[in-house]
Ligand binder design. Structure first.
Ligand code: ADP
Ligand code: MG
Length: 388
């Protein structure tokens, strides 16, 4: 949708709901990982990229301590007091808004309420971080209505705290960090331990294309926590030999192999994937600007095969999509995106072949699964802020 038409749609609906015009507009993008599945909570590296799909909030400050929030993308709304957030959780999607407000207040910020309307072009629950985009758009709006300024990294940490401790999803820092720190036109190499990042340009002639399987993501919450626990168990066992190890980030393949026999097989597989995936992120830092197609293809392939066979986060629909992507014209590399268990996959495609690629994947995947996928190219957008 064109930006002007989108703005009109939101302004018209705001007027219907609240009467009058919004005073401020905030925006925060979704993101996709080009490499680094599940490495964030292992304090490792991720190659992440914002996408040109984002969440907007149009709002007008209120005189009292209430927030009244609606969304054009979801049923239900929230109308809540900022002082009594503890008592009102567990309602609906507005928990992400309440959680952000809660975490800001926990960090000592005094908030002014607002009437707000959300609109997003990030698909929900498919690994492109619609939840972080909503949280970061909220955090930007609270700064605007309440008159304070946050450093982008602090803003990401506050969003993560809200999602971890208020919403109850034990996510890493990746999603929120990408949404605030993302740079237009480039990927970002994020170090999840130091929370620093390096802008990483991509060679000309390569496009990033998202392939959304649109398959139900089942069990993602429980499987996710199980993977986290398994990684911690790996660290505990290896830590007996190497006391300096705090996270899988600190373990080399040689160390893992030396103690292979002491680890239950499933723990070994999880650790092996994370250690290798972490190295692939660093390798991609070289390959992405160089544009070496063969190297990019191998890194993406190894990431998917590891995710499927070692970390075991693939799903039938993802396997079908993987084969559809690899059979399509112009493909350079194909892998999972987000946490796995369905949701989106990501490919690098020759720029001139994007249309042919998308057409072919749509047809092929639908034939394999009976599900109509969504296939769309994305470009890196600027990080969260006020809407220009
Ligand atoms: P992901 O972050 O990968 O998209 P999550 O399960 O973490 O998936 O978050 C998706 C949830 O975030 C949705 O089910 C909904 O509750 C909430 N959400 C995200 N964007 C919006 C929006 N624009 N309007 C209302 N709720 C939203
Ligand atoms: Mg999320």
């Amino acid at each position: 949708m064109e930006a002007e038409a989108r703005k009109k749609l939101v302004a018209d609906n705001f007027n219907e709901l609240f009467g009058g015009h919004p005073q401020f507009w905030s925006r925060a993008p979704g993101r996709v990982d080009l490499m680094g599945s599940h490495t964030d909570y292992n304090l490792g590296y991720v190659m992440t990229m914002t996408i040109d799909r984002d969440t907007w909030i149009a709002a007008r400050p209120r005189q009292d301590q209430r927030v009244c929030i609606h969304s054009l993308n979801a049923a239900g709304w929230g109308d809540f007091e900022l002082e009594t957030l503890e008592k009102t959780r567990g309602c609906n999607w507005t928990d992400y808004v309440r959680g952000t407000a809660w975490a800001l207040q926990q960090a000592g910020y005094k908030l002014t309420g607002f009437d707000g309307l959300v609109h997003s072009t990030v698909p929900f629950g498919s690994g492109l971080s619609s939840s972080a985009a909503l949280e970061m758009a909220c955090a930007v709006m609270f700064q605007q209505t309440s008159g304070f300024t946050l450093d982008p990294v602090e803003m990401a940490l506050i969003g993560q705290a809200g999602e971890n401790r208020y919403v109850g999803m034990n996510c890493g820092i990746l999603d929120q960090y990408s949404s605030t720190m993302g740079q237009a036109g480039s990927a970002l190499l994020l170090d999840c331990r130091s929370l620093s990042s390096q802008v990483t340009p991509m060679a000309a002639g390569i496009m990033v294309v998202i392939c959304d399987t649109r398959a139900e993501r089942n069990l993602v919450g429980t499987e996710y926590s199980e993977r986290r626990t398994q990684c911690e168990q790996g660290v505990e066992i290896l830590g007996k030999h190497y006391p300096d190890i705090e996270a899988l980030r600190d373990v080399s393949i040689e160390q893992l192999e030396r103690h292979n026999g002491e680890l239950p097989e499933v723990i070994y597989k999880r650790c092996r994937f994370i250690i290798e995936e972490n190295q692939r992120v660093l390798d991609l830092k070289q390959a992405l600007p160089d544009g070496n197609r063969q190297c990019l293809g191998e890194l993406f392939r190894d990431s998917y095969l590891g995710a499927r066979d070692l970390y075991q986060i693939s799903a039938l629909a993802m396997e079908s999509m993987y084969h559809a992507m690899l059979a399509a014209p112009g493909v350079i590399g194909a892998r999972q995106a987000g946490a796995g268990f369905g949701g989106c996959m990501v490919t690098l495609v020759q720029a001139e072949a994007v249309e042919a690629f998308a057409g072919q994947v749509q047809k092929d995947y639908a034939q394999r699964t009976g599900i109509q996928p969504q296939v769309f190219p994305v470009m890196a957008a600027a990080g969260a802020g006020l809407l220009k």
